[in-house]
Unconditional design. Structure first.
Length: 261
């Protein structure tokens, strides 16, 4: 699989992803097109992508969903595999995709793919991360992401098949690497909740954060992942706390603006 063989586009959206982009692109060298849509990287992301033969387009960043929707429209092939820059395709999944696209059978408009999520060097098998899946192998002209800032997903009608093998998601490599995402996801999550009409009280961040910890560590048996499971559950609870604290802040501002002068 060292040369492009499939009429398949691989779409990757990036910004300052020099740590992971090479592994990501190298894992899909069976595709005839690897398209990187970059939103202003200042590191070696673009250079590394071009070294690997990827087509690189620049596009101003608006949101994760809008960035991917714009990229889908630029893909040359009808079938598209969408990846985040910190994901890569292991050999078994690559073979499954190749077999699917060359098997001569009718294809669905989209396919679910499971993800093995890595937290500080360990694949998490409990706590809810083990059941993660995403729609990623799609028909270019029928798949579009819903307009959300966080946890965006492709909106395709009907039940979709799921591939047997999983993506590898190197999501949490260090606290220094992940911390900017925490603040970004908290802001975006609060904005999404606000747009859906949700508001928060002062106690909401604590209640929501506590529930997140209990759900991940106890109900979904995160304790079976040992110390990694404990720290991940606590960190996820903190992220939830920050999201609802930001929503509470916006709620206070709204009340102040509505108060008679």
């Amino acid at each position: 699989m060292s040369s492009p063989v499939l009429p398949l586009s691989v779409l990757v959206t990036t910004r300052d992803e020099e740590e992971t982009i090479a592994t990501c692109l190298d894992s899909v060298n069976f595709a005839a097109e690897r398209l990187v849509v970059d939103s202003g990287s200042t590191d070696r992301t673009v250079a590394l992508a071009r070294e690997r033969g990827a087509r690189v387009l620049a596009h101003p960043y608006e949101s994760p969903a809008r960035q991917k929707n714009w990229g889908l429209a630029q893909c040359r092939f009808e079938r598209v595999l969408i990846l985040d820059a910190d994901e890569w395709v292991p050999g078994p999944l690559a073979e499954e995709i190749i077999g699917l696209l060359t098997g001569g059978r009718p294809l669905a408009d989209g396919y679910w793919i499971g993800r093995e999520n890595v937290f500080l060097g360990r694949v998490m098998r409990h706590g809810g991360w083990e059941s993660d899946r995403v729609i990623r192998l799609v028909h270019r002209d029928r798949a579009r992401y819903d307009d959300r800032m966080v946890h965006e997903e492709i909106d395709l009608p009907g039940p979709l098949p799921q591939l047997r093998h999983c993506l590898r998601h190197e999501t949490f490599r260090s606290f220094d690497q992940y911390w900017p995402k925490v603040d970004r996801y908290a802001r975006w999550g609060a904005e999404d909740a606000w747009r859906r009409g949700r508001r928060a009280r002062s106690v909401t961040p604590l209640l929501r954060g506590g529930f997140t910890f209990a759900k991940m560590y106890l109900l979904r048996r995160g304790f079976l992942d040992g110390g990694h499971g404990l720290v991940l559950a606590a960190f996820s609870a903190m992220t939830t706390f920050l999201k609802y604290a930001r929503l509470w802040e916006r709620t206070l501002a709204e009340r102040e603006a509505d108060r008679p002068r």
